[in-house]
Design a protein around this ligand. Structure first.
Ligand code: FAD
Ligand code: PHB
Length: 386
């Protein structure tokens, strides 16, 4: 098999890249280790920035997103048992976020690609990426490509194909993880609620008018068996309760449970010869800023433009600037995600740190300047502004 761009991984990064390239008439093959069913059912992120919604809409894959996605103009920060609304759209020039599950984006992109008769090779794990020769091996086959896009997530093979001395790695692990659930229960509020509590962080999100998504901060090495449903509800009720007793958290059947580690990670540069890393293959952010998926989308928008210049005009200037261009946004988002994480979680238990944290939360909800900083980062900076 031969192609112009070999894309490793059919997550949001690989699928959107394939879609943008198809629109530009560039030939690509997407290789995916898992089955179609598996990637379509994998529950992950749920918040789309305005820029992410815009690119999906403009390229013809936003129809169901606009029908089923929920547009949010604000969010709540809750601490000391009191909620404070951050008016995202008022503070960020009318921009908003849309709540729509990552696996729904993945389904829409897969359907668009297969409907157009373009290839996604499922259940085909890339075993090696040969950057020098432009060859991706999978099973007994190989794919020869002019350019390789490593979109295979944090545990993929692409990043490992870069010699160690050609990559700088920056990393931070947090002393906690998130336990996430999906429950058949109507959301208990119209907006997301980020809750800081002495017992740890809790988050109320949603997927539809009938389905609530909830998260709890738990120890990093926590086992899911330690959390029977009753314990999850009890802990959520305790952390999310308001001092006036006015908040009622709706409960329902829990039909999905998982534990996600919290990590910050960046590998620089995001290019090695003809290999370009995008999305989680190059960087990970803790989920508190809701940025992982959006950052993957931002990377491939930059990459697709560069590849268009290369294949249409032989112009490599944008590709040469790819890594630097993406890393400016990556580090802005790294800072924002780290900032939200350390502001909202139970950190070390050190009382001095707890006092600082509380002061910071109070400042964010009282100062318009501070709230605006949160809002413009949360809804997402324009590609051009980073
Ligand atoms: P991925 O979605 O990881 O896609 C990579 C794809 O490559 C996968 O389909 C994988 O099967 C495939 N692959 C891997 N290796 C190979 C190989 N060798 N050959 C072929 N294919 C391969 N973000 C949030 O904002 N909120 C959340 O709640 C949230 N929860 C998360 C939960 C988990 C368990 C994880 C791992 C991430 C979560 N994220 C969350 C982050 C967000 O989902 C990611 O940032 C996003 O999926 C990045 O997209 P991607 O396409 O770069 O990578
Ligand atoms: C989600 O709905 O899954 C979600 C929302 C906000 C976050 C992370 C995850 O910060």
């Amino acid at each position: 098999m031969d192609t112009q761009v070999g894309i490793v991984g059919a997550g949001p990064a690989g699928l959107l890249l394939g879609h943008l390239l198809a629109r530009a008439g560039i030939d690509a093959v997407v290789l995916e280790a898992r089955s179609r069913d598996y990637v379509e059912q994998r529950v992950r992120a749920g918040v789309l920035e305005q820029g992410t919604v815009d690119v999906l809409t403009e390229t013809g894959v936003g129809e169901r997103l606009h029908r089923e996605g929920m547009v949010h103009h604000g969010l709540e920060l809750r601490f000391g048992g009191v909620g404070h609304r951050i008016a995202l759209s008022e503070l960020a020039d009318g921009r908003a976020i849309t709540v729509y599950g990552q696996q729904e984006v993945v389904k829409d992109l897969i359907a668009a690609r297969l409907d157009a008769g373009l290839p996604i090779v499922f259940e085909s794990e890339a075993t090696t990426v040969d950057v020098e020769r432009g060859v991706i091996r999978f099973g007994d086959d190989e794919l020869r490509c002019e350019v390789i896009a490593g979109c295979d997530g944090f545990h993929g093979v692409s990043r490992a194909a870069v010699p160690e001395d050609a990559l700088d790695v920056y990393e931070r692990e947090y002393p906690f993880a998130w336990l996430g659930i999906l429950a058949r229960a109507a959301p208990s509020s119209e907006e997301l609620i980020y809750t800081h509590h002495d017992r740890g962080f809790a988050l109320h999100s949603m997927r539809s008018p009938e389905i609530t998504r909830l998260y709890l901060q738990v120890p990093p090495d926590e086992r899911i068996e330690a959390w029977p449903d009753e314990r999850i509800w009890e802990e959520l009720q305790t952390r999310m309760a308001t001092a006036d007793g006015g908040f009622a958290l709706n409960e329902g059947e829990i039909f999905e449970k998982g534990i996600t580690p919290m990590r910050s990670f960046v590998a620089e540069p995001m290019r090695h010869g003809r290999l370009f890393l995008a999305g989680d293959a190059a960087h990970i952010v803790p989920a508190t800023g809701a940025k992982g998926l959006n950052l993957a989308v931002a990377d491939v928008r930059v990459l697709a433009r560069g590849l268009r210049d290369l294949f249409e005009r032989g112009d490599e200037a944008r590709l040469d600037a790819y890594s630097e261009r993406c890393l400016r946004r990556v580090w802005r988002v790294q800072h924002f995600s780290w900032w939200m994480t350390q502001m909202l979680h139970r950190m070390t238990g050190d009382p001095f740190e707890a006092k600082l944290q509380r002061s910071q939360l109070e400042y964010v909800v009282r100062s318009e300047a501070a709230a605006k900083t949160l809002a413009e980062n949360y809804v997402g900076l324009e590609l051009e502004d980073v």
